[in-house]
Design a binder for this molecule. Structure first.
Ligand code: SF4
Length: 328
């Protein structure tokens, strides 16, 4: 796979203290008895032409974060700025121009495509919704998008079930590109694909980034996949970012014990290099009642008493390298 594109220091997306807490309701009166702290105060930026990988085990809140950023679900708190404008409080109408600028590609291309629409109509739908009324112009733009993502124009009249998994994800990418966005959120966009197809789709995303100066928030549970496409990586655990650094810093000098455990599970291509495997004990605790202090203390091999009572802050330990751990 090719190296990631060089980036410009111009933030497309600035996320500050983003929170998404879901109420837990019980009883006949549906009283709120608690909250699921799915996203609990995360902050990061994504520059023009940059990919930020957001990684963590399933249930850590990364997909919820992606949806809250795009306001597919309403955040509980925090701000989201796109190209300098705070979009977190905009009304639906005011939000409309920003909807064009930020698109999402989901994990399962089959369930995210309407089985009763042709592939051409699926890709052309955002154009229609955003005012490209002329059928001829729409068809031309859809055909160009099919060319660009490696599909044949003749396939525009086919239905989703007539495509392979990789081709269906190409349809989703073409649809996301239709309105010429600045940012694409990929929510596990290659996780459902075979390994060889994953590489093709990642190469396509990288080529598109180079051509269009696209920015990506690439959400994945797989650190090895994220390594290939990301300029920087944010590691998430139970609703919080525990480490945030360049991809090189994470892979050569990952500091948080959770990052260490995730890294130890990444295969090393050189058989001469042996990585000590650290198997994490247990599952991610419930975000309804997260552990006190450092959320990771119930699984951390280095935990000390302080970890149970005091939540560590995310501190910059080296330029651009942020870690949330009392011992770093
Ligand atoms: Fe482990 Fe304590 Fe660091 Fe949390 S703060 S990661 S429990 S050592």
């Amino acid at each position: 796979m090719a190296d990631p594109t060089p980036i410009l220091e111009a933030p497309i997306l600035e996320v500050r203290d983003l929170k998404k807490h879901f109420p837990v309701k019980k009883g006949v009166l549906r009283r709120t008895v608690g909250h699921v702290y799915a996203v609990d105060g995360i902050s990061f930026t994504i520059n023009e032409g940059e990919t930020l990988g957001l990684v963590g085990e399933s249930g850590c809140g990364k997909s919820t974060a992606g949806r809250a950023i795009l306001r597919l679900i309403e955040p509980t708190g925090g701000t989201v700025k796109m190209m300098g404008q705070d979009i977190s409080k905009l009304s639906k109408k005011e939000l409309r121009p920003f909807r064009r600028q930020a698109q999402i590609v989901f994990q399962d291309p089959f369930s995210s495509l309407n089985p009763r629409m042709t592939a051409g109509d699926i890709v052309g739908e955002p154009l229609l919704v955003h005012g490209v009324r002329g059928k001829k112009e729409r068809n031309e733009r859809v055909a160009a998008l099919f060319d660009r993502v490696g599909l044949r124009r003749a396939q525009m009249s086919n239905f989703p079930h007539q495509f392979s998994g990789g081709q269906r994800q190409r349809i989703c990418i073409a649809r996301a590109l239709a309105l010429d966005p600045k940012l694409i959120v990929g929510d596990e966009p290659v996780s459902a694909l075979d390994v060889s197809i994953q590489a093709q789709v990642i190469n396509l995303l990288q080529d598109l980034q180079r051509e269009r100066r696209l920015s990506y928030l690439f959400i994945s549970h797989n650190l090895a996949v994220v390594e290939h496409i990301s300029h920087r990586i944010a590691v998430m655990y139970l609703g919080r970012i525990v480490e945030y650094a360049s991809t090189r810093q994470i892979f050569t000098n990952g500091q948080h014990p959770y990052t260490e455990a995730l890294l130890s599970a990444v295969p090393v291509p050189d058989p001469a290099v042996k990585r000590q495997k650290r198997v994490l004990q247990g599952d991610v605790p419930s975000p309804v009642n997260p552990p006190s202090g450092c959320h990771f203390h119930t699984r951390c091999p280095y935990a000390i008493d302080r970890c149970k009572v005091e939540a560590p802050l995310l501190r910059e330990i080296a330029p651009g390298h942020h870690v949330s751990c009392h011992l770093r």
